[in-house]
Design a protein. Structure first.
Length: 94
């Protein structure tokens, strides 16, 4: 994983997978102000050769990586809430 771009509105990450098959994708987090908070949207894109298309019939990418991203988004929400309340991150959270 490599962070390619980071700004207040967008984070772009290069992801390299080895299992169950090799894949090189990009994940993008878009941050949009919404009311008193921020809406975080996640998208992943990348080439899908024939083997990838075939594997997508058997494996659900959403099921494989979705829980990890949901966990990460929940952690981001907790940290952002702490920052909003405290004005900085407690050392134990970082």
């Amino acid at each position: 994983m490599e962070i390619l771009e980071s700004s207040p509105q967008r984070i772009l990450i290069k992801l390299d997978f080895l299992r169950p098959f090799e894949a090189h994708n990009r994940a993008e987090f878009t941050l949009t102000p919404e009311g008193t908070g921020t809406r975080v949207t996640w998208a992943m894109s990348g080439p899908q050769p024939f083997i990838g298309k075939l594997m997508s019939l058997v494996f659900s990418l959403e099921r494989m990586v979705g829980p990890d991203f949901e966990t990460g988004l929940a952690s981001l929400k907790r940290r952002a809430s702490l920052f909003r309340v405290l004005g900085s991150y407690p050392k134990a959270v970082m």
